[in-house]
Design a protein around this ligand. Sequence first.
Ligand code: HEC
Ligand code: HEC
Length: 306
Amino acid sequence: MATDVPIFRLNRAWVQEIRVSLVGRTILLCTLVNVFPSLLWSQDSPDFFRQNCMNCHTIGGGRLTGPDLKDVSERKDREWLIGFMMNPKSYLDSGDPYAIKILEESRNVPMPTLPGMTRERSENLLDLIDAESKLTESQFKGLQISNKPFNDADRKLGRDIFLGKHRLEAGGAACISCHSMHDVTTLGGGRLGPDLTNIYERLKGRKALSAWLVAPGTETMQPIFKNHPISNDEIHALVAYFEASAGESPAQPTSSRIALLFLGLMGSTAAVFGFDAIWKRRFYSVRQPLVDANSHQSSRSTKAHS
Ligand code: HEC
Ligand code: HEC
């Protein structure tokens, strides 16, 4: 009898030990792994919306490239909206009638599939949109966009920015490296992105195009401009240039492609020679003094020794 008790106690302690170490720790770990990041995600939602969605959507400020998202949950069910936000293309490809209807209403500009849209992030964004829809004035009602009339100086500056003659303040890449325009024939213009001659109409005028450029949200554009935003003055000038080109016919691709090929070849040849020259100069300007200093030092030290 007397021996039974300690064994029983020992067992209990043992069981408790397991509970604390395995179950307890597993629960603790799961909590940390699941709840903690979701807290972070949801805190991060307004910033994420501002960075990734506000260029195409307002909440209560009217349509931009995409529809106004105020009360979107009353138009479509939650599960559909979450899935659509994660992968809009798959809904369009499957011929979903509602997706096709909102695409037509957006002049056939599709919503891009945005990087980093996990299920959790979509859920949190929809919660944010629902909460903001209930406010009389959402923080996402819209951006402050210039409505100064355009003049010739604006259009010229816009063209220079497009061509890279005028450097973007924050250092984003020149548009011409990836886009062509109707009046940019001598240099060609890049083929990676679409021709922008008719972009003013395509993105539905000044307000929507300006908003789009505040935070370009597509796959290739976003990583380039996220940390190098185009300033308001630069957007004003670019939009002036795009407005003036609306209605022109887009650049002819073949001639510009050949021009670009030559330009590319010339560029890489120049780069090879350029690097060579720089390297040589570096050798003389950096290495030579080091070599000199070393040889002085060694001659001095040999003198000291002698
Ligand atoms: C480049 C522009 C663009 C960006 C960026 C963008 N959207 Fe969209 N969005 C659209 C367009 C255009 C549509 C409607 C056309 C379609 O079917 O693609 C749309 C549709 C939607 C819809 C369905 C709207 C409705 O009326 O049923 C939701 C919800 C939505 N977007 C949420 C988001 C969220 C959240 C983000 C940011 C993470 C985002 N969008 C980023 C352009 C954009
Ligand atoms: C490194 C290449 C690159 C540079 C530089 C670049 N773009 Fe783009 N851009 C693209 C690509 C590619 C697309 C097509 C969508 C995507 O994949 O991002 C695009 C799409 C666009 C669109 C939307 C076109 C549409 O029909 O929906 C606009 C507007 C635009 N770019 C404007 C600009 C402007 C203005 C500049 C210069 C300030 C610029 N881009 C610089 C690659 C580039």
